[in-house]
Design a binder for this molecule. Structure first.
Ligand SMILES: [Zn+2]
Ligand SMILES: [Zn+2]
Length: 59
């Protein structure tokens, strides 16, 4: 996998991965490898049983 560009979170380190949720390019520091998410999404997607459905349906 080759990603060119800077981490869109810190904008100071080269991006290593891309968030599978929002597509943000993230460096190794700002990428949660276990979740496949950038640090931003990982912090929002807090571990919970049905957090996602609640958030989406609570319009
Ligand atoms: Zn970064
Ligand atoms: Zn993200």
């Amino acid at each position: 996998m080759s990603i060119s560009g800077l981490c869109q979170i810190c904008e100071s380190r080269p991006a290593q991965e891309q968030c599978s949720n929002c597509g943000t390019l993230a460096c190794e520091v700002h990428y949660e490898e276990s979740a496949g998410l950038c640090a931003d999404c990982a912090s929002q997607a807090q571990p919970g049983p049905d957090n996602d459905d609640v958030e989406i349906n609570r319009f």
